[in-house]
Design a protein around this ligand. Structure first.
Ligand code: SAM
Length: 291
């Protein structure tokens, strides 16, 4: 059982196939179950990989449904709830960490166009969001789903897949467990420059909200668009006014490229005027500066 937000399992335990690349320790699955699965509840894993969660579930004698793209279930095409037959109390999703380890055509079968490990970064993000919605819909309201996700560094850029997961999930985060990594492949690599080795993954636990579905999520997203745009514009105005005062015409000219490039029908002038008359700014003879 998790008793703090840090977990470390130097010995991965006897669960699943330890040759399946990117496999996880069964201990974290066991702790997750102990914290979040009610007695008699159903535990689901839609991407079992080498079967770690199957073995943990069997050792605990709990109700379990596990599948994977290698077994014919596709999170990007199939409805998880229909496949399982009932909403789960707890779902564990351990996705590929972007394209870090390819699965189809490497760990199993031939290359599959919906294998999440074979997508570009942008397509992976879209696929991750779709998978998270599918998983949320297959979770009982009030139940939980957890995503085990690691980050990666590619050509000097840190790709924070766990933060991206947090932003894409349609339900509130209720726990974040930092799991220390042991025996990672990069341990044996030598680098020309000193680097900070990534030695952790995150287990993000989300609580399924009642009354949410993908259309409600879209409605919420659209309703925040206008507010987000105003926030971004306000930050831009405040930042440029930290350097000098500006007239309205100068501000509009400064951001003219931004609105020339978008096809969104936005009253940019009206929005700028509204923000300039807010309490953040003072108008001195037609020139605006910070209040
Ligand atoms: C990190 S591995 C899971 C490892 C597993 N937890 C273990 O301990 O062995 C990720 C899995 O996601 C699966 N996967 C990739 N794309 C998928 C998709 N579209 N639907 C379902 N599973 C997918 C891969 O086949 C792979 O087995």
């Amino acid at each position: 059982m998790f008793t703090s937000s840090i977990a470390s399992y130097p010995d991965r335990g006897p669960f699943g196939n330890n040759k399946y690349r990117g496999n996880c320790t069964g201990h974290i699955v066991s702790d997750l179950i102990d914290n979040y699965l009610p007695v008699g509840g159903l535990f689901v894993d839609p991407a079992i990989g080498g079967g770690t969660s199957c073995d943990v579930a069997a050792s605990k004698g709990i109700r379990f449904f596990g599948t994977d793209l290698h077994s014919g279930f596709n999170l990007l095409v199939d409805d998880l709830l229909t496949t399982v037959g009932e909403q789960a109390n707890l779902i564990l999703f351990h996705p590929p960490y972007g394209s870090m380890i390819p699965y189809s055509g490497n760990m199993w079968g031939v290359e599959h166009k919906h294998d999440m490990s074979r997508l570009s970064d942008e397509d992976f993000k879209a696929a991750l969001k779709l998978a998270l919605h599918n998983i949320s819909d297959a979770t009982l309201p009030g139940g939980h789903y957890a995503v085990l996700m690691g980050n990666q560094r590619r050509k000097g850029v840190y790709i924070n897949w766990s933060s991206i997961t947090e932003a894409l999930a349609p339900d509130p985060l209720c726990d974040e467990i930092i799991k220390l990594q042991h025996n990672v492949a990069s341990d044996s690599s030598s680098y020309r420059k000193p680097i900070v080795k990534i030695m952790h993954e995150k287990l993000l636990v989300f609580r399924r909200s009642p009354n949410r579905n993908t259309v409600v999520s879209l409605e919420q997203y659209v309703s925040t668009l206008e507010n987000n745009l105003a926030q971004e514009l306000l930050v831009t105005l405040r930042r440029v006014m930290q350097c000098s005062s500006w007239s309205e015409a100068e501000i509009l000219s400064l951001i003219s490229n931004v609105y020339a490039q978008t096809s969104l029908h936005i009253d940019w002038q009206g929005l700028v005027q509204k923000l300039l008359t807010s309490h953040h700014f003072i108008n001195h003879n037609g020139r605006f500066s910070l209040a």
